[in-house]
Structures are given as C-alpha cells and as structure tokens.
Design a protein around this ligand. Sequence first.
Ligand code: NAD
Ligand code: WQD
Length: 336
Amino acid sequence: MKILVTGGTGYIGSHTCVQLIEKGWQPVIIDSLVNSKISVLDRIQKITGTRPAFIEGDVRDADLLQKVLTEHAIEAVIHFAGLKAVGESVSMPLKYYDNNVHGSVVLMQAMKQCHVKTLVFSSSATVYGDATVMPLKEDAPTSATNPYGQSKLMVEKIIADLCDSDPSWSITALRYFNPVGAHESGLIGEDPQGVPNNLMPFLAQVAVGRREVLQVYGNDYQTPDGTGVRDYIHVVDLAQGHLSALTHGHGKAGHHIFNLGTGKGNSVLEMLNAFGKASSKELKYKIVARRPGDVAASWADPHKAKSVLNWQARKSIDDMCQDTWRWQSQNPNGYP
Ligand code: NAD
Ligand code: WQD
C-alpha cells in the first residue's frame, strides 16, 4: 500500500515511516522542512534499508498535492504536517489556523479530487481542554485553551461534517497524549529547535549538558508528589497505532476517534528520576511557579483503541528514557 505521509520528516512522522516500511508499505513523504531536517531521510534509510520517496512542499499547495496523490497512486494519507508550539500559537494565531486548519482543508479537497478517501489525522489530548475527570474517554467533553488546541478541534469538526456529507470517507482522528522516546537504534528522535517547550527533550538536554537545570513548573498540584502528571507514550508505540488505525480504517466508512495513550500517569519528578537512572546522571532541577495553562493531571482511557484497533502501548517509562538518552547522547546537537 502506498501512503502519503504529510510531515513525514518530523518527530512522529519519521518513526511512523520506519514502521510503514517495516510492514512492507510504501510511505511517500511531503514536508516543507519548516520544523525538520532532510537528513532524517538518511537515518530512515539506515534503519530500514529503504529511502522513502520525498517531496519538499507545503500541504497548502493544492496543485502539488493533486500531482503527488495521482503520480504516486496513493491509497491513504497520514496527516502529521502542522505546527505544534502552544505558546507561539497564542502570539501568532493566524499562522496556526492557516497552517493547521487551512492546510487540512486543502489536503482533504485534493484527496476528494483524486478519490483518495482514507485519512488518519494527528489530533491531540489537548482537545480535552482543562478536563479534571480522569481517565479521559473519547466521549469526554472537548474544549480548547489556546489556538493550537482550537485548530485541532476545528479540524476534527471539519472531518465530522465531511464524513456526514459523504459516507465513502474513512477518517480516523488519533488523539495523542504525551509522545516521548526515540527509535531504539538511537538514529531518529525528537530534535526541537531552540529551547524545548516539553519536558522530555528538556530533560535530555540537561543530561547531555546543553542546559543547566530543569525548571519544574509547580509542586503544589493535587497530585501524589505535587508535580504535574501526564500520560507519556513511547513514539514507537504511537507510530504502530497509526498502522493499526490504517488497517482498521481502510474500507471502514465513517469518522473514528481514538485516544493513544498508556492509561497511566507519571509525575514530573518520576520522569526526572527515570531519566537520571537511564542516563546515569544527577539531573539538576528547581521548583518554580506553575506554567500558565497547565492542568494538574491528564491521562487516557485507552480501552477503545485496544478493543477496536487491537492496539495497546507496550513500552515503559524506562524504555522511553533509555531510548531518548541513546538518541540524545549519540546526537547531542540533534540532526546534522
Ligand atoms: P514535528 O514538528 O516534528 O513534525 C511536523 C512536520 O510537519 C515537520 O516536519 C514540519 O516541517 C512539517 N510541516 C509543518 N507544517 C507544514 C506544512 N504546512 N506543509 C508541509 N509540512 C509541514 O511535530 P510532531 O511532534 O511530529 O507532530 C506531528 C503531528 O502530531 C502534529 O500535527 C502535531 O500537532 C501532532 N501532535 C503532536 C504531539 C507532540 O507532543 N509531539 C502531541 C499531539 C499531537
Ligand atoms: C509535561 C509536564 C509541565 C517542561 C504539551 C502540549 C499538548 C501536546 C503535548 C501537542 C507538565 C512539566 C514541562 C518543563 C516542567 N502537544 N514541565 N518543566 O504540557 O502536557 O502537553 O505537549 O498536541 O498540546 O500542551 O507537555 O511536556 O510541556 O509538560 O515542569 O520545562 O512537565 O508543567 O506538567 P504538556 P509538556
């Protein structure tokens, strides 16, 4: 099967391309490289022995999309391409709505034009807003606390309307919890530009000596140790979830939504300790004020994905930390 992977040189996209190739499917990547490096392709080739087809371009370019869908005889699309920095989305909302919402509309229009009607969309647990009842099931109320989250909710709504209007579409929105970790080879991983916004890449940069100290955003939450609790999921488990969604969705009409998480929450201090163990380093940290917009705790109810997709996360937080450390220590400055 030939799969168009938008954003395929990015963090989650690159790990998914590896899994697709290993399953014998053929990813065709389109990526503008706005947040990734072309050298990712060398690494995918090193892991799998296959270099995926790559087209440098933007998903808002309708003509390019139609050309790629047709010339490569694409059967299904996984849509990762998007911007994901929550803080930046607050200061530059139009950039986020244009990239994430408009980009998704242009993609679905091109797919319609070319009669490709199977899509897997990268959604996020951010669509549960500031929910406090855990674990989160797919039918929990949704809301947005920032333009990034709103862009994901808007695309989910557009998908629902599209599937209502034409039952020949099969679209699966996957709501990821907190993706972390790296491929076990240490050849691909997360490579944020500038100061990392997220916990795991920050910890990795402290361990490798690029940053001095982790700031822990608050220790006065109603959680066992007072620090924020999240459902961290290994990126390779997450990547496999996309293959399960494609296997389940291909040919099954309608709009499907699944949480991809482990169903377990871990605190900031638990992650710090696990990363210290994996890297054999003492990681400096200091407790600072809460980060505005953070919730105390968030974790998934992953049962729907298990029963319908026959998918479940298998890797532990020790696996996540060990694999992140292998990637970070082998590539202290990220991709060349
Ligand atoms: P990433 O930034 O590493 O990958 C996204 C890729 O899309 C990058 O390679 C970037 O260059 C490309 N891109 C962005 N806009 C584009 C455009 N208009 N046209 C073509 N390419 C474009 O991010 P990621 O962590 O791999 O996330 C992938 C998807 O998953 C995103 O949609 C993100 O919102 C979603 N998501 C990520 C997380 C997370 O914590 N990483 C959690 C939930 C959902
Ligand atoms: C995790 C925990 C922080 C950094 C974000 C997006 C969400 C989704 C996933 C895309 C929290 C604490 C963090 C640091 C810290 N992305 N922390 N010091 O906020 O759960 O989710 O990424 O869809 O939309 O909002 O992840 O990794 O930023 O934070 O103490 O330097 O670590 O307060 O408790 P978050 P995160």
